[in-house]
Design a protein around this ligand. Structure first.
Ligand SMILES: Nc1ncnc2c1ncn2[C@@H]1O[C@H](COP(=O)(O)OP(=O)(O)OP(=O)(O)O)[C@@H](O)[C@H]1O
Ligand code: SF4
Ligand SMILES: [Mg+2]
Length: 321
């Protein structure tokens, strides 16, 4: 595997939803068709073995983008292309994708024992033969995620939220996935448990060369997880860059606002300013720069002219940058 291999190339990914009222209502009330632009022409690459995090407020299109990547949502336009992985025998196969969700409880079958949950993909995909080998593998996977092999005989409800997320990670590893799409995997957990799961995910990435597309509404959560960070606003990326640079030198006014709303541990009260204004509707996004109604730096031009995402290693969509 060459250094700097690209695992996923996304070009102009777009997802529009038709949210029109019913045909009858439209005729009676003379209302037009309505389109919700959930994701509006997003392009990026994820290098193999690295993490790209997508950060933005609720409703900006993060989950829709994640669903397009794993194939649960058909794009309205654009392409998403995974680079095949070369195998030692000379063949190449598409990467195995797995999604990790915010609420592991909803994605784990409550009537199944943990051992059956973890081994299901092994059996389903025919990855291993022989009951002893499969049982050994279950124990090994549970150990890798910090659980005990004896947990295999227990049920999901017997575990805490963090432990349940470990089970869903063990299940993802059982599929021999190389690309994990993680949609807010820790946002339902307490801060200390969050940190443990993030550390586990980083360790697994280093150990197995996993590639992550990581979704979060919280910039501080992704800081130490990410190689690259993309800031998303109303279906578009407004800033993309190496994680540390986005933190130390945020360029887009929206990124700066997101950073200001992160609580400061040393001075929790003084440094916390609420983000001003509501997120506009993706059905009728503001003209010009979509961020202008909330932007402290907006100029006359921002109301009419949409800034394009420009730059080299750092991309920003703002007239003033
Ligand atoms: N199937 C659908 N039909 C219509 N609208 C949808 C559909 N799925 C998502 N949307 C809308 O698309 C927009 C983006 O939704 P999405 O779930 O991708 O946002 P998000 O960034 O993941 O938000 P959150 O942080 O709350 O999870 C929202 O306005 C949402 O209401
Ligand atoms: S283009 Fe204008 S409104 Fe948009 S972020 Fe930049 S300064 Fe603010
Ligand atoms: Mg979401």
């Amino acid at each position: 595997m060459a250094e700097g291999d690209i695992a996923l190339r996304v070009d102009g990914a777009t997802c529009y939803f038709d949210v029109s009222p019913s045909w009858l209502t439209r005729v009676v009330e003379r209302s037009p068709k309505r389109t919700l632009r959930a994701v509006d022409g997003v392009s990026f690459e994820v290098p193999r073995g690295k993490t790209l995090s997508v950060v933005g407020e609720s409703g900006c299109g993060k989950s829709t983008l994640a669903r397009m990547v794993v194939g649960l949502q058909v794009p309205t336009a654009g392409t998403l292309a995974f680079t095949p992985i070369d195998k030692p025998d000379g063949t190449s196969v598409p990467p195995r994708l797995q999604m990790i969700f915010q609420d592991p409880y909803a994605s784990l079958n409550p009537r199944w024992r943990v051992g059956d949950i973890v081994s299901e993909p092994i059996r389903e995909l025919g990855l291993m033969e022989g009951e002893t080998a499969i049982q050994d593998r279950i124990g090994e996977l549970l150990g890798i995620v910090g659980l005990s092999p004896s947990d295999a005989s227990r049920y999901p409800h017997e575990f805490s939220g963090g432990q349940r997320q470990r089970i869903s990670i063990a299940r993802a590893l059982a599929t021999e996935a190389d690309f994990l799409v993680c949609d807010e995997p820790t946002s339902a957990l307490d801060v200390s448990v969050q940190a443990q799961i993030l550390n586990l995910m980083r360790r697994l990435q280093a150990e197995f060369g996993l590639t992550y597309l990581f979704i979060s509404h919280n910039l501080s959560v992704v800081r130490h997880m990410s190689d690259q960070i993309a800031i998303m606003y109303l279906g578009r990326f407004v800033e993309v860059g190496p994680a540390e640079q986005v933190f130390s030198d945020p360029r887009h006014p929206y990124t700066r606002l997101l950073l200001e709303t992160i609580p400061n541990v040393e001075n929790p009260i003084r440094d916390r300013r609420p983000m001003s204004g509501e997120v506009p509707s993706p059905i009728a996004p503001p003209p010009g720069c979509p961020f202008h109604p909330r932007c402290p730096m907006a100029e006359a031009r921002c109301q009419v002219e949409r800034p394009l995402l420009r730059g080299d290693a750092r991309l920003t969509a703002c007239h003033l940058v």
